[in-house]
Design a protein around this ligand. Structure first.
Ligand SMILES: C[S@@+](CC[C@H](N)C(=O)[O-])C[C@H]1O[C@@H](n2cnc3c(N)ncnc32)[C@H](O)[C@@H]1O
Length: 187
């Protein structure tokens, strides 16, 4: 039977860009898990998006990392990626469809994900599937927006033309959403 231990904290800072948010998240992970040498580690970034923000943050903080697996359910995010480090493997996969990530099961040293979990309808299944990806002793960390009434409110507001004209989505979300950072280990 699988066991896990975990922790959760709410970052207090609002970041200027998603890129800087992801870099801060990777630094947070490094402090939480005491990451030093990742030269033997394979790290999966789930919901990587077209900017590969987390992969690039890992490469910046840990230039010796062994390999990265960048996963996204949307194939089109990969079409705009022209240049990438050769250690990044791009993979179309859906974290709530375990069969789409079968080849990676039990092979990941670490799994990270930013700005995805709050979009996933079945979060329990997502966390379970991440668990399957990890090697024993593997670590996982997630940054996601807490489930507040602001999300549906803002989404509705942004569909309303007068409000669409006033607000930029990124500004509204960074000012109103509270982010939570959750980590766990596979024992
Ligand atoms: C808001 S973007 C975040 C991108 C990146 N992690 C960041 O923080 O900059 C969410 C990404 O997750 C992908 N995504 C959504 N649902 C997913 C799922 N179930 N499995 C894998 N990727 C998913 C989307 O296609 C999108 O590229």
């Amino acid at each position: 039977m699988a066991e896990s231990s975990g922790s959760s904290k709410t970052p207090s800072k609002i970041y200027e860009s998603v890129e800087s948010e992801c870099l801060a998240f990777v630094k947070e992970c490094a402090a939480e898990f005491r990451w030093r040498d990742l030269s033997k580690d394979v790290i999966m970034d789930i919901g990587c998006g077209s900017s590969l923000n987390c992969c690039n943050a890992i490469l910046k903080e840990f230039p010796d990392v062994k390999a990265l697996v960048a996963v996204d359910e949307n194939r089109s995010v990969f079409s705009s990626i022209n240049e990438k480090d050769e250690r990044i493997q791009l993979c179309v996969g859906n974290i709530i469809k375990r069969e789409t990530l079968k080849e990676f099961e039990g092979k990941m040293d670490k799994v990270i994900s930013t700005n995805l979990i709050h979009q996933v309808p079945n979060k329990k299944l997502a966390f379970e599937n991440v668990y399957y990806m990890l090697k024993p002793g593997g670590e996982a960390a997630f940054l996601f927006a807490l489930d507040t009434c602001f999300c549906p409110f803002i989404e509705a507001m942004l569909k309303d033309p007068p409000h669409q004209a006033i607000y930029k989505v990124s500004e509204v979300f960074s000012q109103t959403l509270h982010f939570n950072c959750v980590t766990f280990n596979k024992l």
